[in-house]
Every structure is written in structure tokens, then in C-alpha cells.
Design a binder for this molecule. Structure first.
Ligand code: ATP
Ligand code: MG
Length: 392
């Protein structure tokens, strides 16, 4: 029955003279998100984004889509009242309650927002008068200003809007307002969540995945593509770089001390991901690391892997427990895919007793054992990388 949605945003409102940049980006992201669902009209309107829905649109799909746009703090399905002429507003608000609620026996209050400050009736008076009109029309209603069951909100703008349902958006900032970063995306639980969290702050995401055929299967790669597609519901399209890492891993396995395999491998992942990051104008790297989760994520290990990077490395999960990460993974819909049992290149070449306190200089020394082959192998890995455009 609703023909439109009012989209609310939080932090953007604080952006001073750059505010219009953020508002335009949010309007564009909402428009792009809804485009596959039909021809919605999305316009900026005095501190709100207004979405007009096409004839016969799908309510559930629209709600799901709006709930996935970063920058949206909340949104309300609204009834539009084309004129702000008082009697028409009163009539329309009564009609709204008539249509929306089957039983009219709840407690309510009216909330009014008067964006048009020239409007002759002030907000408290609007509330009082509308409350009165509703009580008169529906005698079973009762007013409770402190904890009402329903809040009927009326916004007076160039038109008037009435709504009583408020849905939560994901918050954050519109994607595209904060540059781009390169996510190291594996098939695990953590890295998709890390990508989601950085993107939530307005960052566009590219991704790099390291696979090791034939030790890792085509299905393992498909799983990572699926994960990229799931987070792209929020982040928008992702360019996924699939790097064949087999020969590098074999060389490390052959030449370096086995307890250092994982840490050296992680350092080459960071180097190669950084190469693609720079090539694609990314301003940072993103990983799903969390302090102490595994041997390669102790403070000493993080220092050692971090040492190969020039770009900042963003680790949004750094202080989180696994249960907290899993909770977000479930909320954003990546968990079920992440736990599918496919091998990961990190898990096939592992030592029984990996170093947990690597010393940077020692690791650098071990890497010299690769000096005859590694430059060529990295070059080959970069040249044979496959790039996949992933979109939801
Ligand atoms: P995840 O759940 O994200 O796989 P994890 O707990 O398995 O993380 P590690 O295997 O130590 O942890 O990996 C740490 C981080 O390194 C990952 O979060 C990811 O950002 C990156 N990473 C690990 N393996 C790969 C891979 N095969 N391709 C791309 N990035 C990877
Ligand atoms: Mg992993």
C-alpha cells in the first residue's frame, strides 16, 4: 500500500560544507541498489532521501535492498500527502490509520516534524490537533505520550508525509565517499566480515584471493567468488584478483624452515596484494586478522607480516573474539558459505609447530633462501592472475 519510502541518514548530517557530496553519493547508491528491482525515483529532499516506488513493486525486496545500503540509518514506508493544506493533512492521517491498522484499539501519540518553518501551525499544535482528530474518528484509540504502542509521525515539507513503521538501516557512510582498499579475501569466516566493516565506512572494495591448484580445488575458488558476491550486496561490485600461489608455496616449502612456512607465505600474500592494491588506486589493505587467534596472528607475527607493506593495513576485527565475528557473519549472510568445507591454501602447507614469536630479522634471513627463484615466481603469479568482476 505504501507508495514511497523516506530514507534517513545519521552521520552524513555532520559533514558541514561537504555534506552535499555525501548526500549525493547516498542518493546514487540507493538508486543503484534499487535499479535491478524496477524504476524507482530517488531524490534528495531537505535532509532526507525520498524514494518513490513503481506501480506493483515488491515491498519485501525493497525493504531488504534499502537495509543493505551503507549510509542509511533508517527508513520508513510512507504515505505521501500531496498538499500541506491543513484539512487535507487531517483527512489523510485519518485515512492512513484506517488503512494501516485493522484493530483501532492501541495507544498512540502523534509526532510532528515541520521542515517548512513557514508552515502556519507549530509542531506541538500539529500533534495535539491530529491526536484529537484521530480520537474523534476512532474512539477506541487512546493517547499515551510516554510509552505509546504506535507513534504516528507526520512530516510537513513541501509535501506532507505520514508513517508509523521505522526500519533500521546498516548505518555507516555511502560507499565511494572514502576511497578504495584491497581486501585479502579467503574462504574463511573472518575476511568477508572485515571487508564488510571497512566498506561500511564508505570504502570501495577490491579483493585478492590466493589459491593453490591442484592442492585447492575449483570449488574452493567458487566459494570465495560466492563470498565476494554476498558482501557485494553491501559494498557494490568487487574486482576479485585470483592469484595462483602454488609455485610460490612449493618454493617456500622446499627452501625455508617449515615452522616459518605460514609467516613467510603470509608475507608474500601481503606483497602481492599490495601490488594489485597500488595498481588499482587502493589506499590500504584489509585483512581478517585478530590478535592471538592463530600462530600467524600473534603480535610478533603481525609485526612480521606488516613489515613488508607500505600501505596501511586495516584489521577491523583485531580486538574481536571469534563469537563476535561469527555473529556479524551471520547477520550479513556470509556465515553459511564460509563454513562450507573446502580446503584453503593456508591449511595445506602447515607446519606441526609454527613459530608463534617470529623475529623479523630471522624471517628476512630465511627469505634469502628464496632469492634465486622468488622474483620470477612473483612476476609469474602477478602475470597469470585472473580478474573477476563480482556483483550481487
Ligand atoms: P579467515 O577466516 O579470513 O580465512 P583465518 O582465521 O583463517 O581468517 P588466517 O588463515 O591466518 O586466518 O588468515 C588471516 C588473514 O589473511 C585472513 O583474514 C585473510 O585476510 C588473509 N588470507 C588468508 N588466507 C588467504 C587466501 N587464501 N587468500 C587471500 N587472503 C587470505
Ligand atoms: Mg583462513
Amino acid at each position: 500500500m505504501y507508495k514511497a519510502f523516506l530514507v534517513k541518514y545519521g552521520e552524513i548530517g555532520l559533514k558541514g560544507s561537504n555534506r552535499h557530496i555525501f548526500e549525493n553519493a547516498l542518493r546514487d547508491r540507493v538508486q543503484e541498489k534499487l535499479a535491478p528491482l524496477g524504476s524507482y525515483k530517488v531524490v534528495r529532499e531537505q535532509g532526507r532521501i525520498f524514494v518513490e516506488c513503481p506501480e506493483g513493486y515488491d515491498y519485501e525486496d525493497t525493504v531488504e535492498a534499502l537495509g543493505q545500503v551503507f549510509g542509511v540509518s533508517g527508513f520508513c514506508p510512507v504515505e505521501v500527502i500531496e498538499t500541506t493544506e491543513w484539512d487535507t493533512v487531517v483527512q489523510a492521517v485519518c485515512e492512513f490509520v484506517e488503512k494501516t491498522y485493522e484493530k483501532k484499539n492501541f495507544t498512540f501519540k502523534v509526532a510532528a516534524k515541520r521542515a517548512d518553518k513557514h508552515y502556519p501551525i507549530e509542531s506541538p499544535v500539529i500533534c495535539a490537533k491530529l491526536g484529537e482528530a484521530l480520537l474523534e474518528r476512532f474512539p477506541e484509540l487512546s493517547v499515551d505520550v510516554h510509552s505509546p504502542q504506535e507513534v504516528i509521525t507526520v512530516e510537513i515539507r513541501n509535501r506532507a508525509y505520514v508513517y508509523s513503521v521505522a526500519l533500521l538501516g546498516p548505518g555507516g557512510m555511502p560507499v565511494g565517499t572514502a576511497g578504495k582498499a584491497m581486501l585479502l579475501l579467503s574462504g574463511g569466516i573472518d575476511s568477508p566480515v572485515a571487508g564488510y566493516m571497512i566498506s561500511k565506512r564508505g570504502v570501495q572494495i577490491d579483493a585478492t584471493y590466493f589459491h593453490a591448484p591442484p592442492y585447492t580445488s575449483e570449488r574452493a575458488k567458487e566459494k570465495v567468488v560466492d563470498l565476494a558476491r554476498i558482501i557485494s550486496r553491501y559494498t557494490g561490485p568487487i574486482r576479485l584478483h585470483v592469484v595462483n600461489f602454488t609455485d610460490i608455496q612449493l618454493a617456500i616449502y622446499e627452501k625455508c624452515p617449515h615452522e616459518e612456512l605460514t609467516i613467510i607465505m603470509r608475507r608474500y600474500m601481503m606483497r602481492i596484494a599490495e601490488h594489485f592494491a597500488k595498481e588499482n588506486d587502493c589506499l590500504g589493505l584489509i585483512t581478517g586478522e585478530s590478535i592471538g587467534q592463530v600462530a600467524s596472528q600473534t603480535m610478533q607475527s603481525l609485526l612480521t607480516t606488516n613489515a613488508v607493506c607500505e600501505l596501511p593495513v586495516f584489521r577491523p576485527l583485531i580486538g574481536m573474539d571469534k563469537v563476535e565475528i561469527v555473529e556479524i557473519a551471520k547477520k550479513i549472510g556470509s556465515f553459511e558459505t564460509s563454513i562450507l568445507p573446502f580446503e584453503d591454501c593456508c591449511t595445506i602447507f602447515v607446519a606441526k609447530h609454527p613459530v608463534t614469536k617470529p623475529i623479523l630479522s630471522a624471517i628476512e634471513k630465511s627469505e634469502t633462501l628464496l632469492s634465486e627463484v622468488i622474483e620470477e615466481l612473483v612476476k609469474q603469479a602477478i602475470e597469470t592472475t585472473e580478474t573477476i568482476e563480482v556483483r550481487a
